[in-house]
Design a protein around this ligand. Structure first.
Ligand SMILES: [Zn+2]
Length: 510
Protein backbone atom coordinates (compact mmCIF):
# COMPACT_ATOMS: atom_id res chain seq x y z
CA UNK A 1 0.00 0.00 0.00
CA UNK A 2 1.33 3.38 -0.92
CA UNK A 3 1.79 5.89 1.81
CA UNK A 4 -1.01 8.36 1.79
CA UNK A 5 -0.67 11.85 2.97
CA UNK A 6 -0.28 15.46 2.06
CA UNK A 7 -3.51 17.00 1.04
CA UNK A 8 -5.18 13.81 2.11
CA UNK A 9 -3.83 13.57 5.62
CA UNK A 10 -6.24 13.44 8.44
CA UNK A 11 -6.11 17.10 9.31
CA UNK A 12 -8.49 17.03 12.22
CA UNK A 13 -6.47 15.75 15.12
CA UNK A 14 -5.10 12.34 14.26
CA UNK A 15 -6.35 8.86 14.91
CA UNK A 16 -7.61 9.78 18.38
CA UNK A 17 -10.40 11.57 16.64
CA UNK A 18 -11.85 8.33 15.43
CA UNK A 19 -13.87 6.70 18.13
CA UNK A 20 -12.94 3.08 18.43
CA UNK A 21 -15.83 0.91 17.47
CA UNK A 22 -16.11 -1.92 19.93
CA UNK A 23 -17.70 -5.14 18.84
CA UNK A 24 -19.64 -7.05 21.46
CA UNK A 25 -17.37 -10.07 21.30
CA UNK A 26 -14.84 -11.62 19.00
CA UNK A 27 -16.08 -13.22 15.82
CA UNK A 28 -15.40 -16.88 16.25
CA UNK A 29 -13.78 -18.93 13.56
CA UNK A 30 -16.38 -21.67 13.43
CA UNK A 31 -15.97 -24.51 11.00
CA UNK A 32 -18.96 -23.95 8.75
CA UNK A 33 -21.51 -26.50 7.68
CA UNK A 34 -21.30 -27.77 4.12
CA UNK A 35 -23.78 -26.00 1.88
CA UNK A 36 -25.98 -28.05 -0.42
CA UNK A 37 -23.60 -28.05 -3.39
CA UNK A 38 -24.78 -27.79 -6.97
CA UNK A 39 -24.46 -30.94 -9.05
CA UNK A 40 -22.76 -29.10 -11.88
CA UNK A 41 -20.53 -26.08 -11.80
CA UNK A 42 -22.59 -22.96 -12.55
CA UNK A 43 -21.73 -20.87 -15.56
CA UNK A 44 -20.78 -17.94 -13.37
CA UNK A 45 -18.73 -17.56 -10.24
CA UNK A 46 -21.43 -16.90 -7.65
CA UNK A 47 -20.95 -14.83 -4.51
CA UNK A 48 -23.55 -14.84 -1.75
CA UNK A 49 -22.68 -12.18 0.76
CA UNK A 50 -24.44 -11.75 4.10
CA UNK A 51 -23.91 -8.67 6.23
CA UNK A 52 -24.31 -9.95 9.76
CA UNK A 53 -24.59 -7.96 12.99
CA UNK A 54 -24.06 -10.51 15.76
CA UNK A 55 -21.86 -11.00 17.65
CA UNK A 56 -20.22 -8.12 15.78
CA UNK A 57 -20.59 -6.79 12.26
CA UNK A 58 -19.05 -9.13 9.71
CA UNK A 59 -19.37 -10.20 6.10
CA UNK A 60 -20.12 -13.89 5.63
CA UNK A 61 -19.24 -14.89 2.10
CA UNK A 62 -20.03 -18.01 0.13
CA UNK A 63 -18.43 -18.46 -3.27
CA UNK A 64 -19.80 -21.15 -5.57
CA UNK A 65 -17.16 -21.95 -8.14
CA UNK A 66 -17.67 -22.16 -11.86
CA UNK A 67 -14.46 -24.10 -12.49
CA UNK A 68 -13.32 -27.27 -10.76
CA UNK A 69 -9.61 -27.27 -11.54
CA UNK A 70 -7.00 -26.22 -9.00
CA UNK A 71 -6.90 -22.46 -8.94
CA UNK A 72 -5.72 -19.51 -6.97
CA UNK A 73 -7.76 -16.75 -5.37
CA UNK A 74 -6.59 -13.50 -3.83
CA UNK A 75 -7.47 -10.81 -1.32
CA UNK A 76 -5.91 -7.76 -2.99
CA UNK A 77 -5.20 -6.27 0.44
CA UNK A 78 -4.30 -9.16 2.74
CA UNK A 79 -4.79 -9.46 6.46
CA UNK A 80 -8.50 -9.52 7.12
CA UNK A 81 -9.20 -13.22 6.54
CA UNK A 82 -6.88 -15.96 7.82
CA UNK A 83 -8.76 -19.07 6.69
CA UNK A 84 -11.01 -19.94 3.79
CA UNK A 85 -13.13 -23.11 4.07
CA UNK A 86 -13.31 -25.21 0.95
CA UNK A 87 -16.01 -27.76 0.12
CA UNK A 88 -15.67 -30.48 -2.46
CA UNK A 89 -18.53 -31.93 -4.40
CA UNK A 90 -18.70 -35.14 -2.42
CA UNK A 91 -20.32 -33.59 0.65
CA UNK A 92 -17.23 -34.27 2.74
CA UNK A 93 -15.99 -32.08 5.58
CA UNK A 94 -14.79 -28.56 4.98
CA UNK A 95 -11.10 -28.14 4.46
CA UNK A 96 -9.54 -25.08 6.09
CA UNK A 97 -7.22 -23.40 3.58
CA UNK A 98 -4.70 -20.89 4.95
CA UNK A 99 -4.56 -17.46 3.37
CA UNK A 100 -0.94 -16.48 2.85
CA UNK A 101 -0.01 -13.01 1.60
CA UNK A 102 -3.62 -12.65 0.55
CA UNK A 103 -3.42 -15.78 -1.62
CA UNK A 104 -5.31 -19.00 -1.21
CA UNK A 105 -4.82 -22.09 -3.36
CA UNK A 106 -7.90 -24.17 -4.03
CA UNK A 107 -7.38 -27.87 -4.66
CA UNK A 108 -8.95 -29.44 -7.73
CA UNK A 109 -12.51 -30.50 -7.10
CA UNK A 110 -13.38 -27.57 -4.84
CA UNK A 111 -17.02 -26.71 -5.42
CA UNK A 112 -17.51 -23.82 -3.04
CA UNK A 113 -15.83 -21.67 -0.42
CA UNK A 114 -16.89 -19.96 2.73
CA UNK A 115 -15.17 -17.29 4.79
CA UNK A 116 -15.94 -14.52 7.21
CA UNK A 117 -14.53 -11.01 7.04
CA UNK A 118 -14.68 -9.96 10.71
CA UNK A 119 -15.37 -6.24 10.34
CA UNK A 120 -15.85 -5.25 13.96
CA UNK A 121 -13.17 -7.60 15.22
CA UNK A 122 -10.67 -5.86 12.94
CA UNK A 123 -11.91 -2.45 14.02
CA UNK A 124 -11.46 -3.45 17.64
CA UNK A 125 -7.97 -4.87 17.05
CA UNK A 126 -6.56 -2.27 14.70
CA UNK A 127 -8.82 0.74 15.02
CA UNK A 128 -11.16 2.04 12.33
CA UNK A 129 -9.66 1.90 8.85
CA UNK A 130 -10.61 3.62 5.63
CA UNK A 131 -10.00 0.34 3.74
CA UNK A 132 -10.45 -2.27 6.43
CA UNK A 133 -13.65 -0.94 7.97
CA UNK A 134 -15.16 1.91 9.91
CA UNK A 135 -18.60 3.26 10.62
CA UNK A 136 -21.18 4.03 13.25
CA UNK A 137 -24.27 2.25 14.50
CA UNK A 138 -25.38 -0.41 12.05
CA UNK A 139 -23.46 0.95 9.04
CA UNK A 140 -19.94 0.17 7.88
CA UNK A 141 -17.68 1.45 5.11
CA UNK A 142 -14.69 -0.40 3.67
CA UNK A 143 -12.87 -1.17 0.46
CA UNK A 144 -13.63 -4.26 -1.59
CA UNK A 145 -9.89 -4.96 -1.82
CA UNK A 146 -9.85 -6.08 1.82
CA UNK A 147 -12.80 -8.48 1.95
CA UNK A 148 -13.74 -9.60 -1.55
CA UNK A 149 -11.78 -12.69 -2.53
CA UNK A 150 -11.19 -12.67 -6.26
CA UNK A 151 -9.73 -15.02 -8.86
CA UNK A 152 -6.01 -14.49 -9.31
CA UNK A 153 -6.44 -14.41 -13.07
CA UNK A 154 -8.94 -11.65 -13.72
CA UNK A 155 -10.40 -12.59 -17.07
CA UNK A 156 -13.00 -10.18 -18.47
CA UNK A 157 -14.79 -13.21 -19.93
CA UNK A 158 -15.25 -14.97 -16.59
CA UNK A 159 -18.75 -14.16 -15.39
CA UNK A 160 -19.44 -13.23 -11.79
CA UNK A 161 -22.78 -12.92 -10.04
CA UNK A 162 -22.99 -11.35 -6.62
CA UNK A 163 -25.96 -11.11 -4.29
CA UNK A 164 -26.22 -9.47 -0.89
CA UNK A 165 -28.42 -9.89 2.13
CA UNK A 166 -28.55 -8.24 5.53
CA UNK A 167 -28.20 -4.58 4.61
CA UNK A 168 -28.65 -2.19 1.77
CA UNK A 169 -25.26 -1.78 0.16
CA UNK A 170 -23.69 0.80 -2.09
CA UNK A 171 -21.12 -0.78 -4.38
CA UNK A 172 -19.58 0.73 -7.52
CA UNK A 173 -21.89 -1.35 -9.70
CA UNK A 174 -25.60 -1.13 -10.38
CA UNK A 175 -27.63 -4.24 -9.52
CA UNK A 176 -30.25 -5.69 -11.86
CA UNK A 177 -33.97 -5.57 -11.07
CA UNK A 178 -33.66 -8.63 -8.86
CA UNK A 179 -30.85 -7.02 -6.86
CA UNK A 180 -28.07 -9.16 -8.33
CA UNK A 181 -24.80 -7.71 -9.52
CA UNK A 182 -23.73 -9.17 -12.85
CA UNK A 183 -20.01 -8.64 -13.24
CA UNK A 184 -16.85 -10.17 -14.64
CA UNK A 185 -13.75 -11.32 -12.80
CA UNK A 186 -12.06 -8.18 -14.10
CA UNK A 187 -14.55 -6.03 -12.16
CA UNK A 188 -13.20 -7.50 -8.94
CA UNK A 189 -9.60 -6.38 -9.49
CA UNK A 190 -10.37 -2.88 -8.27
CA UNK A 191 -13.72 -3.28 -6.58
CA UNK A 192 -13.76 0.24 -5.15
CA UNK A 193 -15.42 1.34 -1.93
CA UNK A 194 -18.43 -0.31 -0.34
CA UNK A 195 -20.95 0.82 2.24
CA UNK A 196 -23.40 -1.41 4.10
CA UNK A 197 -26.32 0.27 5.80
CA UNK A 198 -26.60 4.02 6.36
CA UNK A 199 -28.70 6.42 4.33
CA UNK A 200 -28.81 7.06 0.60
CA UNK A 201 -29.41 10.03 -1.63
CA UNK A 202 -28.79 10.73 -5.27
CA UNK A 203 -27.37 13.78 -7.00
CA UNK A 204 -28.53 13.96 -10.60
CA UNK A 205 -26.63 16.07 -13.07
CA UNK A 206 -27.17 16.11 -16.82
CA UNK A 207 -25.37 12.98 -17.95
CA UNK A 208 -24.06 11.98 -14.53
CA UNK A 209 -25.59 10.41 -11.44
CA UNK A 210 -23.88 10.39 -8.06
CA UNK A 211 -25.21 7.56 -5.91
CA UNK A 212 -24.37 8.65 -2.41
CA UNK A 213 -24.10 6.62 0.79
CA UNK A 214 -24.16 8.60 4.01
CA UNK A 215 -22.61 6.13 6.41
CA UNK A 216 -23.79 8.00 9.52
CA UNK A 217 -26.05 11.02 9.97
CA UNK A 218 -24.43 14.43 9.80
CA UNK A 219 -25.25 16.45 12.89
CA UNK A 220 -26.40 19.56 11.03
CA UNK A 221 -27.41 18.26 7.55
CA UNK A 222 -30.11 15.99 6.19
CA UNK A 223 -29.25 13.58 3.36
CA UNK A 224 -30.83 15.91 0.82
CA UNK A 225 -28.50 18.70 1.90
CA UNK A 226 -25.49 16.39 1.54
CA UNK A 227 -26.57 15.50 -2.00
CA UNK A 228 -27.25 19.16 -2.78
CA UNK A 229 -23.71 20.04 -1.72
CA UNK A 230 -22.24 17.22 -3.84
CA UNK A 231 -24.39 18.15 -6.84
CA UNK A 232 -23.24 21.77 -6.72
CA UNK A 233 -19.65 20.62 -6.27
CA UNK A 234 -19.83 18.18 -9.19
CA UNK A 235 -21.48 20.89 -11.31
CA UNK A 236 -18.14 22.69 -11.32
CA UNK A 237 -16.64 19.92 -13.46
CA UNK A 238 -18.29 21.65 -16.40
CA UNK A 239 -15.92 24.58 -15.98
CA UNK A 240 -13.18 22.13 -17.00
CA UNK A 241 -14.88 19.57 -19.26
CA UNK A 242 -17.62 20.03 -21.85
CA UNK A 243 -19.69 17.16 -20.50
CA UNK A 244 -19.69 15.16 -17.32
CA UNK A 245 -16.92 12.60 -17.57
CA UNK A 246 -18.57 9.60 -15.96
CA UNK A 247 -22.23 8.55 -16.21
CA UNK A 248 -22.33 7.08 -12.73
CA UNK A 249 -20.17 7.45 -9.64
CA UNK A 250 -20.69 5.82 -6.23
CA UNK A 251 -19.76 8.32 -3.57
CA UNK A 252 -19.45 7.50 0.13
CA UNK A 253 -19.61 10.17 2.80
CA UNK A 254 -18.20 8.83 6.04
CA UNK A 255 -18.86 11.15 8.99
CA UNK A 256 -16.26 11.10 11.74
CA UNK A 257 -17.44 11.71 15.28
CA UNK A 258 -16.24 14.71 17.20
CA UNK A 259 -14.90 16.71 14.27
CA UNK A 260 -16.34 19.78 12.61
CA UNK A 261 -13.77 19.82 9.82
CA UNK A 262 -15.26 19.53 6.35
CA UNK A 263 -12.38 17.47 5.06
CA UNK A 264 -10.42 14.76 6.85
CA UNK A 265 -9.53 12.49 3.96
CA UNK A 266 -10.66 11.70 0.43
CA UNK A 267 -9.86 9.17 -2.23
CA UNK A 268 -10.96 8.07 -5.66
CA UNK A 269 -10.65 4.44 -6.73
CA UNK A 270 -10.74 3.40 -10.36
CA UNK A 271 -13.36 0.76 -9.96
CA UNK A 272 -15.69 0.60 -12.95
CA UNK A 273 -17.69 2.77 -12.46
CA UNK A 274 -15.38 4.80 -10.22
CA UNK A 275 -15.91 5.20 -6.48
CA UNK A 276 -15.04 8.09 -4.21
CA UNK A 277 -14.98 8.17 -0.42
CA UNK A 278 -14.83 11.29 1.69
CA UNK A 279 -14.21 11.38 5.43
CA UNK A 280 -15.88 14.47 6.83
CA UNK A 281 -16.36 15.78 10.34
CA UNK A 282 -19.79 14.78 11.61
CA UNK A 283 -20.25 18.27 13.05
CA UNK A 284 -19.28 20.06 9.80
CA UNK A 285 -21.78 22.65 8.61
CA UNK A 286 -22.95 23.19 5.07
CA UNK A 287 -21.09 26.47 4.54
CA UNK A 288 -17.80 24.81 5.55
CA UNK A 289 -18.41 21.90 3.17
CA UNK A 290 -19.30 24.26 0.33
CA UNK A 291 -16.12 26.28 0.91
CA UNK A 292 -13.83 23.25 1.11
CA UNK A 293 -11.75 21.92 -1.79
CA UNK A 294 -11.52 18.17 -1.12
CA UNK A 295 -14.75 16.86 -2.66
CA UNK A 296 -14.11 18.92 -5.79
CA UNK A 297 -10.53 17.66 -5.96
CA UNK A 298 -11.66 14.02 -5.87
CA UNK A 299 -14.39 14.63 -8.44
CA UNK A 300 -11.89 16.43 -10.70
CA UNK A 301 -9.91 13.20 -10.92
CA UNK A 302 -12.81 12.00 -13.07
CA UNK A 303 -11.87 14.58 -15.70
CA UNK A 304 -8.58 12.88 -16.58
CA UNK A 305 -7.87 9.28 -17.57
CA UNK A 306 -6.22 6.84 -15.18
CA UNK A 307 -2.52 7.09 -15.94
CA UNK A 308 -0.48 3.90 -16.18
CA UNK A 309 1.89 3.80 -14.53
CA UNK A 310 0.50 6.03 -11.81
CA UNK A 311 2.11 9.42 -12.39
CA UNK A 312 1.22 11.72 -9.53
CA UNK A 313 2.71 14.89 -10.95
CA UNK A 314 0.25 14.57 -13.86
CA UNK A 315 -2.90 13.25 -12.11
CA UNK A 316 -2.53 15.12 -8.81
CA UNK A 317 -1.14 18.13 -10.63
CA UNK A 318 -4.21 18.35 -12.86
CA UNK A 319 -6.67 17.87 -9.99
CA UNK A 320 -4.84 20.35 -7.75
CA UNK A 321 -4.49 23.00 -10.46
CA UNK A 322 -8.06 22.71 -11.71
CA UNK A 323 -9.48 22.73 -8.16
CA UNK A 324 -8.51 26.39 -7.88
CA UNK A 325 -9.38 27.28 -11.47
CA UNK A 326 -12.79 25.60 -11.29
CA UNK A 327 -13.62 27.43 -8.09
CA UNK A 328 -12.64 30.75 -9.68
CA UNK A 329 -14.58 29.97 -12.87
CA UNK A 330 -17.69 29.01 -10.90
CA UNK A 331 -17.48 32.09 -8.71
CA UNK A 332 -16.68 30.14 -5.54
CA UNK A 333 -13.39 32.00 -5.29
CA UNK A 334 -12.44 35.41 -6.59
CA UNK A 335 -9.45 35.35 -8.95
CA UNK A 336 -7.38 36.91 -6.16
CA UNK A 337 -8.37 34.08 -3.80
CA UNK A 338 -7.61 31.43 -6.41
CA UNK A 339 -4.14 32.85 -7.11
CA UNK A 340 -3.55 33.18 -3.39
CA UNK A 341 -4.33 29.48 -2.93
CA UNK A 342 -2.09 28.48 -5.83
CA UNK A 343 0.80 30.61 -4.60
CA UNK A 344 0.45 29.31 -1.05
CA UNK A 345 0.63 25.78 -2.42
CA UNK A 346 3.68 26.61 -4.55
CA UNK A 347 5.34 27.99 -1.40
CA UNK A 348 4.69 24.69 0.38
CA UNK A 349 6.19 22.83 -2.55
CA UNK A 350 9.18 25.14 -2.57
CA UNK A 351 9.73 24.60 1.15
CA UNK A 352 9.70 20.83 0.62
CA UNK A 353 12.05 21.14 -2.37
CA UNK A 354 14.59 23.12 -0.32
CA UNK A 355 16.54 24.00 -3.44
CA UNK A 356 16.16 20.68 -5.22
CA UNK A 357 15.07 20.50 -8.85
CA UNK A 358 11.59 19.67 -10.12
CA UNK A 359 13.01 16.44 -11.47
CA UNK A 360 14.21 15.45 -8.00
CA UNK A 361 10.81 16.35 -6.57
CA UNK A 362 9.11 14.13 -9.14
CA UNK A 363 11.47 11.29 -8.28
CA UNK A 364 10.76 11.78 -4.58
CA UNK A 365 7.01 11.65 -5.35
CA UNK A 366 6.10 12.75 -1.82
CA UNK A 367 3.13 14.81 -0.72
CA UNK A 368 2.37 17.61 -0.44
CA UNK A 369 5.17 18.77 -2.73
CA UNK A 370 4.32 16.43 -5.60
CA UNK A 371 0.81 17.91 -5.79
CA UNK A 372 2.17 21.42 -6.12
CA UNK A 373 4.99 20.46 -8.45
CA UNK A 374 2.27 18.94 -10.63
CA UNK A 375 0.02 21.99 -10.33
CA UNK A 376 2.98 24.21 -11.25
CA UNK A 377 3.75 22.15 -14.35
CA UNK A 378 0.04 22.16 -15.23
CA UNK A 379 0.09 25.96 -15.05
CA UNK A 380 3.25 26.10 -17.18
CA UNK A 381 1.73 23.79 -19.81
CA UNK A 382 -1.59 25.65 -19.79
CA UNK A 383 0.16 29.00 -20.28
CA UNK A 384 2.29 27.59 -23.09
CA UNK A 385 -0.76 26.14 -24.85
CA UNK A 386 -2.55 29.48 -24.66
CA UNK A 387 0.50 31.35 -25.89
CA UNK A 388 1.03 29.18 -28.96
CA UNK A 389 -2.69 29.06 -29.85
CA UNK A 390 -3.33 32.77 -29.33
CA UNK A 391 -5.51 32.01 -26.30
CA UNK A 392 -7.73 29.67 -28.31
CA UNK A 393 -6.86 26.44 -26.57
CA UNK A 394 -5.68 25.31 -23.17
CA UNK A 395 -5.11 22.41 -20.83
CA UNK A 396 -8.81 21.47 -20.71
CA UNK A 397 -8.58 20.72 -24.44
CA UNK A 398 -5.90 18.18 -23.55
CA UNK A 399 -8.42 16.52 -21.20
CA UNK A 400 -11.00 16.39 -24.01
CA UNK A 401 -8.38 14.92 -26.32
CA UNK A 402 -7.44 12.23 -23.79
CA UNK A 403 -11.10 11.43 -23.07
CA UNK A 404 -11.57 10.61 -26.76
CA UNK A 405 -8.65 8.17 -26.55
CA UNK A 406 -10.07 6.08 -23.72
CA UNK A 407 -10.31 5.68 -19.96
CA UNK A 408 -6.62 5.03 -19.40
CA UNK A 409 -3.54 6.78 -20.63
CA UNK A 410 0.21 7.00 -20.20
CA UNK A 411 2.58 9.87 -19.46
CA UNK A 412 3.79 9.68 -23.07
CA UNK A 413 0.24 9.94 -24.40
CA UNK A 414 -0.32 12.92 -22.13
CA UNK A 415 2.67 14.64 -23.71
CA UNK A 416 1.43 13.73 -27.18
CA UNK A 417 -2.01 15.17 -26.35
CA UNK A 418 -0.43 18.45 -25.22
CA UNK A 419 1.49 18.63 -28.51
CA UNK A 420 -1.62 17.77 -30.53
CA UNK A 421 -3.62 20.55 -28.89
CA UNK A 422 -0.72 22.99 -29.32
CA UNK A 423 -0.36 22.02 -32.97
CA UNK A 424 3.39 21.67 -32.49
CA UNK A 425 5.83 20.03 -30.08
CA UNK A 426 5.82 21.94 -26.80
CA UNK A 427 5.60 19.33 -24.04
CA UNK A 428 9.22 18.17 -23.99
CA UNK A 429 10.42 21.71 -24.37
CA UNK A 430 8.38 22.99 -21.38
CA UNK A 431 9.57 20.10 -19.25
CA UNK A 432 13.18 20.51 -20.35
CA UNK A 433 12.98 24.19 -19.47
CA UNK A 434 11.83 23.54 -15.90
CA UNK A 435 12.85 20.06 -14.75
CA UNK A 436 16.53 20.76 -14.16
CA UNK A 437 16.19 24.11 -12.47
CA UNK A 438 15.43 24.51 -8.76
CA UNK A 439 11.74 23.76 -8.23
CA UNK A 440 9.50 26.77 -8.87
CA UNK A 441 12.45 28.91 -10.05
CA UNK A 442 10.44 30.03 -13.07
CA UNK A 443 7.48 31.22 -11.04
CA UNK A 444 8.57 34.81 -10.47
CA UNK A 445 8.96 35.59 -14.15
CA UNK A 446 5.65 33.96 -15.02
CA UNK A 447 3.74 35.86 -12.35
CA UNK A 448 5.24 39.12 -13.54
CA UNK A 449 4.10 38.40 -17.10
CA UNK A 450 0.61 37.43 -15.94
CA UNK A 451 0.19 40.47 -13.69
CA UNK A 452 0.13 38.59 -10.38
CA UNK A 453 2.09 40.42 -7.70
CA UNK A 454 2.42 39.12 -4.15
CA UNK A 455 2.50 42.04 -1.71
CA UNK A 456 2.67 42.11 2.10
CA UNK A 457 -1.06 42.82 2.07
CA UNK A 458 -1.88 39.93 -0.28
CA UNK A 459 -1.96 39.15 -3.99
CA UNK A 460 -2.54 42.03 -6.39
CA UNK A 461 -3.80 41.33 -9.93
CA UNK A 462 -3.08 44.02 -12.49
CA UNK A 463 -2.65 44.65 -16.21
CA UNK A 464 0.61 43.22 -17.54
CA UNK A 465 2.13 41.79 -20.72
CA UNK A 466 0.07 38.57 -20.51
CA UNK A 467 -2.73 39.50 -18.10
CA UNK A 468 -5.28 38.74 -20.82
CA UNK A 469 -3.98 35.19 -20.88
CA UNK A 470 -4.35 35.07 -17.10
CA UNK A 471 -7.97 36.14 -17.45
CA UNK A 472 -8.65 33.23 -19.82
CA UNK A 473 -7.44 30.88 -17.06
CA UNK A 474 -9.81 32.34 -14.47
CA UNK A 475 -12.72 32.87 -16.79
CA UNK A 476 -15.83 30.77 -16.61
CA UNK A 477 -15.94 30.85 -20.40
CA UNK A 478 -12.74 28.91 -20.73
CA UNK A 479 -11.35 29.16 -24.23
CA UNK A 480 -12.16 25.64 -25.25
CA UNK A 481 -15.80 25.60 -24.29
CA UNK A 482 -18.36 25.91 -27.04
CA UNK A 483 -19.89 29.36 -27.43
CA UNK A 484 -23.16 28.58 -25.70
CA UNK A 485 -24.62 29.94 -22.51
CA UNK A 486 -23.33 28.37 -19.36
CA UNK A 487 -26.73 26.90 -18.55
CA UNK A 488 -26.95 25.21 -21.92
CA UNK A 489 -23.56 23.72 -21.32
CA UNK A 490 -24.74 22.50 -17.99
CA UNK A 491 -27.58 20.60 -19.58
CA UNK A 492 -25.61 19.12 -22.42
CA UNK A 493 -25.89 15.38 -22.10
CA UNK A 494 -23.31 12.74 -22.62
CA UNK A 495 -24.26 9.32 -23.93
CA UNK A 496 -23.72 6.53 -21.43
CA UNK A 497 -20.14 5.49 -21.82
CA UNK A 498 -19.51 2.02 -23.12
CA UNK A 499 -15.92 2.43 -22.08
CA UNK A 500 -14.79 0.95 -18.87
CA UNK A 501 -11.57 1.26 -17.00
CA UNK A 502 -9.50 -1.88 -17.40
CA UNK A 503 -9.82 -3.49 -14.04
CA UNK A 504 -6.28 -4.76 -14.21
CA UNK A 505 -5.42 -1.23 -13.20
CA UNK A 506 -4.69 -0.71 -9.58
CA UNK A 507 -4.65 3.02 -9.20
CA UNK A 508 -5.36 4.21 -5.76
CA UNK A 509 -5.78 7.76 -4.93
CA UNK A 510 -3.76 9.61 -3.88
ZN1 LIG B 1 -5.96 13.78 -5.73
Amino acid sequence: MKKRGGRHFFTGGGPGLLALLLGLSACQTVKPVAPPGPREAPRALRYHVAYVREPGHALDVEVVLDQEGAQEFLFTEPGGVKTVWAFSGGGGPAEGLPVSGGRVRLPAGTRSLRYRYPLDELIRERGPGFFTGMGQGEARHLAGRTWLLRPWGASPSRRVELSLTGAEALLPWVPDAAGHYRLTAEDLVDSGFHSFGGRRCQARLPGMVLDVALVAPMRHLEEAAVCGWLERTAGQLLTVRRTFPSPRVALHVVPVEGSSRPNLFGMLMWSAPPSISLLVGQEARLDALEADWAALHELLHLTHPAFQPRTAWISEGLATYFTELARARSGRLTPVQAWTRLLEGFERGKAQAAGRTLEEMIQEDAPPGIYWVGAYLSLMLDVELRRVTQHQRGLEDVLEHLAREGPTSTPAAYGAAVDAVAGKPVFDEVLARHLREPAFAGLGGLLEALGVTPTPGGIRLHPARESLLRETLESRSASSLPAVAADERRYATVPPSSQSIPRSLERKHP
